[in-house]
Design a protein around this ligand. Structure first.
Ligand code: SAH
Length: 230
């Protein structure tokens, strides 16, 4: 009896469980290899982070609206960005743009501690509730303009930004530890996902994926790419 039940679960996993299917067809198929990231993407209940009327779309291959004109990123993008950070389980991570809290939930199972900043108080409040509900006790959320980072908790081993500025905010770069990595979408209508590493010799930057995120609002809008530095 037990064996039959067990085999049933295993062989059905790929076709019946939408979350397992999401990981195989959207994430593994596109080249994400970090086993810890894949496992976390199989576990974190994404349907608890989307509005009730969108639950049926929770594991679909696109971003979803979470209200206030904001979005929860496509599952593949969440997995890809998380993999780029190369987390091992002990890191202190700063996220800018808590939104639904889903990316923070994923990071909470990949790193030691997560600090996440959201500029819209209503989103920060909802995300705090959701993270409490799934028992993510190593995440702290603050309502603030993420342009300034979280200086009291800096430096961070990893920084993940999920809203796009035209220019990387200087305070965020300053809060990246040596040996640390930042993943950030940069641009206006056209954006590039950039990975920035702080090595003992200095900053190394490369573009890894064309992306489309909501704009990084607040102070960053006064530091546009087309303005001279001040
Ligand atoms: N990581 C989120 C997706 C976020 S969408 C998730 O997993 O659901 C981008 C978020 O960035 C939005 O919630 C938006 O309000 C927020 N945001 C935009 N500009 C910001 C700023 N200056 N500081 C903090 N958050 C910001």
């Amino acid at each position: 009896m037990l064996l039959v039940a067990l085999f049933g679960t295993v062989s059905d996993a790929g076709c019946r469980d939408p979350q397992a299917k999401m990981v195989e067809t959207q994430i593994v198929a596109r080249g994400v290899k970090d086993e810890r990231v894949l496992q976390v993407m199989r576990e974190v209940p994404r349907h608890l982070f989307v509005p009730p009327d969108q639950v049926s779309e929770a594991y679909a291959d696109h971003p979803l609206s979470i209200g206030s004109g904001q979005t929860i990123s496509q599952p593949y993008v969440v997995a890809f960005m998380s993999e780029q950070l190369r987390l091992t389980g002990t890191e202190r991570v700063l996220e800018i743009g808590t939104g639904s809290g889903y990316q923070a939930a994923v990071l909470s199972r990949l790193a030691g501690k997560v600090f996440s900043i959201e500029i819209r108080p209503e989103l920060a409040a909802e995300a705090t509730e959701r993270l409490k509900a799934i028992g993510a006790t190593n995440v702290r959320i603050r309502t603030a303009d993420g342009f300034y980072g979280w200086p009291e908790e800096a430096p961070f081993d990893a920084i993940l930004v999920t809203a796009a500025p035209e220019k990387i905010p200087a305070p965020l770069l300053a809060q990246l530890a040596t040996g640390g990595r930042m993943v950030i979408p940069v641009g206006g209508f056209y954006q590039e996902l950039k990975v920035i590493e702080r090595t003992p010799e200095g900053l190394r930057e490369r573009s890894v994926l064309p992306v489309r995120f909501v704009p990084f609002v607040g102070e960053a809008e006064r530091h546009r790419a087309d303005e001279s530095p001040r």
